[in-house]
Design a protein around this ligand. Structure first.
Ligand SMILES: Cc1cc2nc3c(=O)[nH]c(=O)nc-3n(C[C@H](O)[C@H](O)[C@H](O)COP(=O)(O)OP(=O)(O)OC[C@H]3O[C@@H](n4cnc5c(N)ncnc54)[C@H](O)[C@@H]3O)c2cc1C
Length: 292
């Protein structure tokens, strides 16, 4: 189903699952096994991230196409503009369309971390709202964008600027917002309040990352600027060298987060699954949202 038709049901939240493209054929076949298990949670779509560095970019669109064909589940293709010319970006949009994919997550992206001398493409789009505008010229696409409950680091703590930019992306044609990960729902509720007060009325879907290990969540939050609340940090200390224990704790935490979010009326949950299925399945079983 297209993004603009999702998130209408008041009875049941729409569950989506974000994956990343593995770099090896073995990784890809393992991912397809994971996807088979994830189908048990009845996702409305799988989404596939688009690499910042170039090496995995071609994999994303191909993986989206194969996922849609083989799993029978809808997909959303992520696309960023960093380091690419306008021609490359429009060629990517055409390739996505030719692959039969209409759901698009339009992103700016970040310069690759391993390229300290990275320079923006002189003939590229420089803002994600321009990508929304470009893709939106073709009604084929149904477009989502990112949102930041804890304010994007580039906005340097200025909530009003961050929300004004988000509005620009929605006014350019985006029909849904998927949020960055957050480990305290208060960030989401506060953000949603600002979003609605700014007159943005599209669905806002919380991004949930089930913790897999203490090291992993510290790395991820440092990268995206999300906070590890004090109680979570204290709990993680117990699992420094126990990834299985950290993952169990991650399931418990995410279950509590999702339960509260659903009670508040969110129309969907977007899981950063990191190509794993166990935690997402357990969380949805806990929430009684799994179909088997
Ligand atoms: C759900 C989700 C999925 C993601 N998937 C991927 C992925 O597949 N590949 C990937 O590389 N990255 C991905 N990211 C991360 C993303 O690349 C980073 O958030 C990046 O730092 C910015 O790109 P953006 O499109 O999210 O932000 P944008 O919204 O384009 O910009 C981030 C912030 O910068 C400021 N800003 C940017 N441009 C302007 C402007 N012209 N004027 C004023 N302010 C501006 C605003 O405060 C804005 O909120 C994802 C993020 C989320 C939340």
């Amino acid at each position: 189903m297209r993004l603009d038709r999702l998130y209408q049901s008041r009875q049941k939240p729409d569950i989506s699952i974000e994956l990343f493209p593995p770099k090896t054929p073995e990784g890809i076949s393992k991912l397809f096994e994971t996807v088979e298990r994830l189908k048990a949670v009845n996702p409305v779509f799988f989404s596939v991230t688009f690499g910042a560095g170039g090496s995995t970019r071609d994999l994303t669109i191909d993986l989206c196409r194969k996922l849609k064909e083989s799993s029978g589940v809808e997909v959303m293709c992520h696309l960023n503009i960093v380091g690419q010319s306008r021609e490359e970006t429009t060629a990517n949009l055409q390739k996505i369309k030719a692959s039969g994919i209409y759901n698009l997550l339009a992103l700016r992206g970040d310069p690759p971390q391993d390229q300290p001398n990275f320079k923006p493409h002189p003939d590229g789009f420089d803002s994600s709202y321009q990508l929304v505008e470009e893709a939106g010229k073709d009604p084929w696409f149904s477009i989502g964008v990112s949102g930041f409950p804890e304010i994007h680091p580039d906005a340097k703590g200025n909530r009003a600027d961050d929300i004004a930019y988000l509005k620009k992306k929605v006014d350019a044609g985006a029909c849904v917002i998927f949020t960055q990960l957050f480990l305290d729902n208060r960030f989401f509720f506060e953000f949603l309040d600002f979003v609605r007060k700014a007159g943005i009325s599209v669905p806002v879907i919380p991004g949930i990352l089930p913790i897999l290990s203490a090291a992993q969540i510290r790395r991820f939050t440092a990268l995206c600027g999300s906070t590890i609340p004090a109680d979570v940090a204290k709990n993680l200390e117990k699992y420094e060298t126990d990834d299985a224990g950290a993952a169990e704790y991650g399931v418990e935490l995410a279950t509590r987060q999702c339960s509260e979010l659903l009670k508040s009326g969110v129309p969907g949950l977007h899981f950063y699954a990191l190509n794993r299925d166990a935690s997402v399945r357990k969380i949805l079983t806990n929430l009684r949202l799994k179909t088997e």
